[in-house]
Structures are given as structure tokens and as C-alpha cells.
Design a protein around this ligand. Structure first.
Ligand SMILES: [Zn+2]
Length: 234
């Protein structure tokens, strides 16, 4: 029986390796998102990062993102930062320069619970917020409530989608015109929550892999021949 592998079904179309230090301010540019050039009135002075530096310092840059689009995408990253910040502190994941300190949301005249990453360990100070933690003696587990700063979930999602589109070669973006339009649409007003689980980053930033920045963009191949549909992920 022929088994197909992951790469029989999907093909690699780009990776962060293709963007290593490519920003060149002397090039004549066209924005891959809005399609505008300098002659259309946009500028290309900022250095856009394919992978936001809040996920770690990196040099994966682009020549295909105008300053207007860069500014708009940057606004989503504030929500992404608020969403992931306690996890970054807990595992010691640096943003551009350092591991961020975490301060929980607080009521008036109340002190925050803080987490500071020091000497390879997160140091947690609950102050008077004793309800923020419970110790499960039976299973030796410490359960901590992380009261994150306010964030807009749809913007967190948008910032992740934008990373995918940034990695995507220009020719492929023909199929994502609606997605690009949706990115610039303000559909976030009534959609604010505080705490939702973070499975993605818990997986991505395991202790073993947290310094690796490599991302891949893959797409499904158009046709597969007769096959046993068991996929062996590689
Ligand atoms: Zn643009």
C-alpha cells in the first residue's frame, strides 16, 4: 500500500529564510497588500518585519509593505502583545530586546499581580491578590489566574493571518484578495474579551524550540493520484 507523506500533498512555497535581511530602501517598490507604489502617494520608509519582533528579535524583513499598511498591521500587534504577554514572561520568551514584565489587570486601589523573569525563572508576586492562585496539594499543581490586559480577539487573529500573508509570495496573493480587504475592515468594536486559552503559543514556544524563528508557508497541491489517505506528517 502506498502511503503519502505530508509533502506529497502539500508544497513549501516560502519560509522566513526567503526574507532574511532583504529590506532595501533603494528599490522601487509596490505594496503587496494595497498594490500602491510611491507614484500613488505611499511611502516605504519603515522596515516591515514578516514576523513581528514582539515574538523575538529577528531580521526577516520585506520590500513589499508600504508604511500605511505597516501602520495598520502594527495596531493589531498591540492586541497580540496583550494576549501573549503573561505567557512570554512565564517561559522567558524575549520580545525585541528583553523578556517583558507582566502586570495583571487590577481594580482601583488594588496592586497588580506581577511576573518578572529573573535568573531563568518566573518570579510571581501576587501582592494581596491571593485569589489569583490556588495550590492543588494532592496533585502538586499551582493554578494561576492571569488577568491579562484588554485585547480585541479578532485583531489577535488578524495579526496571525497577516504573518501568513506576509510570507505568501505575491503571485499567490491573488487568491486572498478578500482576506486582505477584511484585514483593513474595522469589525472589532463590540468584540472585546479578556481571557481566552492560548494553545497556539503554548505549543510553539516550548522550552526546546523557543529560540527558533523559522516559519513555513505551505499550500495544498492541486491533484493527488490514487492513494491511501493516511498522512505521515514529516
Ligand atoms: Zn500598502
Amino acid at each position: 500500500m502506498n502511503k503519502i507523506t505530508f509533502l506529497d500533498k502539500y508544497e513549501l512555497i516560502s519560509s522566513t529564510d526567503d526574507f532574511k535581511g532583504v529590506f532595501d530602501k533603494t528599490l522601487e517598490k509596490e505594496c503587496k497588500f494595497c498594490g500602491k507604489k510611491v507614484s500613488d502617494g505611499v511611502t516605504f520608509n519603515n522596515i516591515p518585519h514578516v514576523l513581528p519582533q514582539l515574538l523575538g528579535k529577528n531580521n526577516y524583513t520585506s520590500n513589499e509593505e508600504c508604511d500605511d499598511c505597516n501602520k495598520m498591521f502594527g495596531s493589531f500587534e498591540t492586541d497580540l502583545a496583550n494576549y501573549i504577554s503573561p505567557y512570554q514572561t512565564l517561559i522567558g520568551q524575549k520580545t525585541k530586546n528583553k523578556v517583558p514584565n507582566f502586570q495583571s489587570r487590577k481594580q482601583e486601589r488594588q496592586k497588580s499581580t506581577t511576573i518578572v523573569y529573573k535568573n531563568g525563572n518566573p518570579n510571581i508576586n501576587f501582592n494581596s491578590n491571593l485569589c489569583d492562585f490556588q495550590y492543588d496539594y494532592k496533585n502538586s499543581l499551582l493554578n494561576i489566574k492571569l488577568r491579562k490586559k484588554k485585547f480585541i480577539p479578532i485583531n489577535v487573529f488578524k495579526s496571525l493571518v497577516k504573518i501568513g500573508l506576509s510570507l505568501c509570495p505575491k503571485a499567490e496573493l491573488q487568491d486572498f484578495k478578500k482576506t486582505i480587504k477584511w484585514l483593513s475592515k474595522d469589525d472589532s468594536k463590540e468584540n472585546i474579551v479578556y481571557d481566552i486559552p492560548l494553545y497556539l503559543f503554548r505549543t510553539r514556544f516550548s522550552k526546546k524550540n523557543r529560540k527558533i524563528h523559522l516559519l513555513f508557508c505551505i499550500k495544498e497541491k492541486l491533484k493527488i493520484l490514487d492513494i491511501d489517505m493516511t498522512l505521515n506528517y514529516v
